[in-house]
Design a protein around this ligand. Structure first.
Ligand code: AMP
Ligand code: MG
Length: 357
């Protein structure tokens, strides 16, 4: 469900855009997509809409181009990038020893928000894989991203935020983070899902391990894989001494400037707790159906079901910073289905701080 492009463009007519110096704002016309594909072929970095979140794209096979992504984001060099393809035949050029289950899952979930990790071929530079011998591959469904890949090459693209900050779900978010740091941003409207792809690896031919939850859920995967393991590090801080199965697990993530705390409990208990510690810069992030109108408290809502919450979460976290929120109490989402992805992002935004009321 893409917003009509003109809505995205209108939303960019605000004051912040006047700060733009070097970064060009493109739209999703054929003409602009050709321009962006030329930039990518020239080794430049472009902000690109995808169905998950906005990505920061560059030629995945060009180490110099990939280095520019890391520099623009301030991303640690050992945190690998996902490589995006538009045709299944490209997978074999990037990877080898690909299990049969990879193809079964590709058939059922691609194009879409699923990234699969497999052994990489030499053609994939160490810069892209963060020095690992594996590569994460995804075939996105967003028409703009697909066209760009078709017109250029496999595209390495992490989320287009400054490292550690919430991921961007609009072109405006990307501009706010990346203006002057990258060549262009394509405005393709709001991201449909709002959370990054599900990342999986293969323990064996019939077992997948979820390293990052997303909109392709454990339940959905279990229709095709005999065993689906949800890695411990999704709901818990990485155990001391354990090597991260995915380098992204080691780093602080998704954090606005505000101090985020997850509050686990029903609406009444949440409201009681919030009232007790109320202050001018305390904000509550609650469900649409929670009624705070009588409470004289600062609050925003982030949807009523997991799909809506995934769609809104990052935009709300950014909005809370714009409002200079000091502390944010978030009503805990459900922990199953897409809710697991929402909860995982919140846990990291909150530095694993959960208050039970
Ligand atoms: P982002 O680029 O912001 O969407 O994050 C990509 C996530 O996928 C990070 O958490 C990475 O650590 C993870 N990832 C990408 N490639 C690999 C890989 N080859 N092995 C393990 N994790 C990976
Ligand atoms: Mg990211």
């Amino acid at each position: 469900m893409l917003l009509p492009p003109q809505i995205g463009r209108q939303s960019l007519q605000c004051s912040k855009i006047s700060k733009m110096e070097k970064t060009v704002l493109l739209d999703d016309s054929e003409n602009d997509i050709v321009k962006a594909s030329e930039m990518i072929k020239n080794g430049e970095v472009v902000g690109i809409p995808t169905e998950t979140v906005y990505g920061l794209g560059a030629d995945a096979l060009n180490p110099e181009a990939v280095k520019k992504i890391f520099a623009a984001k301030g991303r640690p060099a050992d945190n690998p990038l996902i490589v995006h393809i538009c045709d299944i035949s490209q997978a074999e050029t990037l990877a080898y020893n690909i299990p049969k289950l990879f193809y079964t899952l590709a058939e059922n979930f691609w194009p879409g928000p699923l990234t699969m990790i497999v052994p990489k071929r030499e053609i994939v530079p160490d810069e892209t894989s963060g020095g690992l011998e594996t590569v994460g591959i995804r075939m996105p469904s967003h028409a703009v991203m697909r066209e760009l890949i078709k017109k250029s090459c496999p595209i390495a693209a992490p989320s287009a935020n400054r490292s550690g900050y919430p991921s961007p779900t609009t072109a405006m978010h990307v501009m706010n983070d990346m203006n002057g740091r990258i060549s262009a941003v394509i405005d393709g409207g709001e991201s449909r899902f709002g959370v990054e792809s599900t990342v999986i690896s293969f323990d064996d031919d019939s077992t997948v391990r979820i390293l990052r939850p997303g909109s392709v859920t454990a339940q959905m995967l279990s229709e095709y894989a005999e065993n689906v393991i949800i890695d411990d590090a999704i709901l818990n801080d990485l155990a001391e001494g354990r090597d991260a199965p995915s380098p992204g697990m080691k780093y602080k993530h998704y954090s606005p400037k505000a101090d985020v705390k997850i509050v686990e409990g029903d609406y009444k208990a949440f409201a009681e707790y919030a009232k007790k510690i109320k202050s001018d810069n305390l904000y509550c992030l609650i469900f649409d159906e929670d009624d705070f109108s009588e409470l004289d408290m600062n609050y925003l809502t982030y949807g009523s079901d997991s799909t809506e919450q995934a769609h809104s979460l990052f935009a709300r976290l950014r909005e809370l910073d714009e409002r200079n929120a000091g502390t944010v109490l978030v009503r805990a989402p459900q922990k199953d289905g897409v809710g697991l992805a929402v909860y995982n992002r919140l846990l990291r935004a909150a530095g694993f701080e959960v208050i039970r009321v």
